[in-house]
Design a protein around this ligand. Sequence first.
Ligand SMILES: [Zn+2]
Length: 71
Amino acid sequence: MRNQYYQRIYGVGIAGLEYLLASQQGCCAICPTHWKECAAPKASRYETVFVQHLYVDHDHETGKVRGLLCK
Ligand SMILES: [Zn+2]
């Protein structure tokens, strides 16, 4: 369910986003803020925990995810 949501919106599944987060050492792509330090907005039941804290930056033309950013 969630995985299909991510696949549809971002073109990658949860595993892909987790891989990306791991490659960013759990932090924002452009600053050293760890996702746990980012304020969580209103939770969406479709989003896994770390995605609630981060903004998924993706290219609307290619649909490719560029990185996970703090909000
Ligand atoms: Zn940041």
